[in-house]
Design a protein around this ligand. Structure first.
Ligand code: SF4
Ligand code: SF4
Length: 167
């Protein structure tokens, strides 16, 4: 393999040395306030019905999330030999139909508002209780891709207001 570092050295000879300080994101434009403790009444609140009406269960918010890790398995049978194939690990989303389906046909969360509640609570409440850190890193990717303009950050701030009212 040819290396051309010598050309770069030649080109830079005699140039003044500059100090470069990388600029990194230190703060989001949208600020969220996450409630410390969430009372049970909030779980049962009509607050979530807004998402039942707006969410179309596409799952995009999950698929772009760097902290979502759910997956499912799919069996793919080869077309040239139906007795052979492979089992593949594929993305899953807690927002799409079928995610909570059980053998026998029962589904735990058919309502899209309940799915939103599950996702939100997992990100800002359950995970922290178990591991001590917030799961959501505030990247905003879910806000950007939602075709229904559902904002996770707005949801958390509205939830925080609701928690204050309940306490
Ligand atoms: S803002 Fe949080 S929930 Fe949304 S994509 Fe980023 S990490 Fe996931
Ligand atoms: S991207 Fe929006 S519409 Fe799609 S599942 Fe997520 S919240 Fe619902």
């Amino acid at each position: 393999m040819d290396s051309h570092w010598d050309l770069l050295d030649t080109a830079l000879t005699g140039m003044p040395e500059l100090q470069v300080i990388p600029d990194a994101v230190s703060q989001n434009k949208t600020m969220v306030e996450i409630p410390e403790t969430i009372p049970q009444t909030v779980f049962d609140s009509p607050f979530w019905e807004d998402y039942t009406n707006r969410c179309i269960a596409c799952g995009r918010c999950n698929f772009v999330c760097p902290t979502c890790t759910c997956f499912t398995m799919q069996d793919i049978f080869y077309t040239d030999n139906g007795k052979a194939g492979e089992r593949r690990r594929v993305w899953a989303s807690c927002q799409v139909d079928g995610y909570t389906d059980m053998a026998g046909g029962h589904a735990f969360r058919e309502d899209k508002g309940q799915r939103m509640r599950f996702k939100v609570m997992h990100k800002i409440n359950d995970y922290k209780k178990r591991f001590g850190n917030q799961m959501c890193i505030g990247c905003g990717r879910c806000d950007d891709v939602c075709p229904e303009y559902i904002s996770f950050s707005n949801c958390i701030n509205k939830l925080n207001t609701l928690v204050k009212e309940e306490n």
